[in-house]
Design a protein around this ligand. Structure first.
Ligand SMILES: [Zn+2]
Length: 285
């Protein structure tokens, strides 16, 4: 199955890689992801599961790290669909105070709104209102930026934002790679202009869904944290994974490693085959 990233990856030679092929998570990936929440693991798993990106194959972890934030989310969504199917169930409290009831929502992975880049580019420029600065040139934030700033986001969000601008701003007027002091010194209106333009040209995978409460019928916006959904599914299934490994190793005499290298669908096919055989033996057929 071939698909296209909402943004795309620009290699060092200036070539855009946008189409990709994916293979579902194997038991080994499930085990890896279920253990830790780290953003770094996302790069490892993406490099294992994205079989091809444009003309890049295999995809090194450093390339997975340098993918745009939205492209990584999109790949995680596709990976979730390839591994667990497209149905998503979420349980939440209706935010309307008069209702406040616990509701469960069912939707499809394909309902998650994706905004694709109309004109993908390696860098963008923005003309600023301040004539002293003129214009700014920037690139869009990547997984590597997120990983580098993850701790700072928890400690001080404003400083993390300055850190992000420092990493992504390539030029401010005639100054190349401006230092964080120069960015902190920018008037807030100028900074807002840069941030707005960044937002406008970036591809997006929305992490909210507009829906209606089945209890009170009112419109609500449900948060949909893609990482948490994928990792949540994996955690719930971690115990089941080991039961499946045990079951297949026991019946087929395969090693744990062999079983973990299979995607979930293949494991299920073998488990069904064993169940059928056992059923047939019990029926005497
Ligand atoms: Zn409600």
């Amino acid at each position: 199955m071939e698909d296209e990233l909402p943004g795309g990856y620009w290699d060092a030679a200036g070539q855009l890689h946008r189409t990709f092929e994916l293979s579902p998570l194997t038991g080994y990936d499930e085990e890896l992801l279920a253990g830790v929440d780290g953003a770094a693991l996302v790069s490892t798993v993406l490099s294992r599961c994205v079989r091809r990106l444009g003309t890049i194959s295999p995809v090194p972890a450093e390339v997975a790290e340098d993918l745009l934030v939205a492209d990584r989310l999109y790949l995680l969504l596709r990976l979730r669909r390839a591994t667990f199917g497209d149905a998503v169930n979420a349980s939440l409290i209706c935010p309307w105070p008069e209702c406040g009831r616990r509701i469960s929502l069912a939707f499809s992975v394909d309902d998650v709104p994706v905004v694709r880049s109309a004109s993908p580019a390696a860098t963008y420029t923005v003309a600023l209102g301040d004539p002293c600065v003129g214009e700014a040139e920037f690139r869009l934030p990547t997984g590597a930026d997120q990983e580098a700033l993850a701790d700072e986001v928890d400690r001080n969000e404003a400083r993390a934002l300055t850190g992000l601008l420092t990493r992504c701003l390539l030029r401010l007027g005639t100054v190349h790679s401006p230092a964080s002091e120069q960015i902190t010194a920018l008037p807030s209106a100028t900074r807002a202009e840069i941030e707005r333009r960044m937002h406008d040209v970036a591809p997006r995978v929305e992490q909210t869904l507009e829906t209606t409460c089945p209890e009170c019928g009112r419109a609500l916006i449900a948060p949909f944290d893609i990482h948490r959904f994928l990792f949540g599914d994996l955690r719930t299934d971690a115990r089941l994974l080991y039961q499946e490994v045990h079951y297949l190793a026991f019946h087929y005499h395969w090693s744990e490693r062999d079983v973990l290298d299979m995607p979930r669908d293949r494991r299920r096919v073998y488990i069904d085959a064993i169940a059928e055989t056992i059923g047939a033996m019990n029926d005497g057929t």
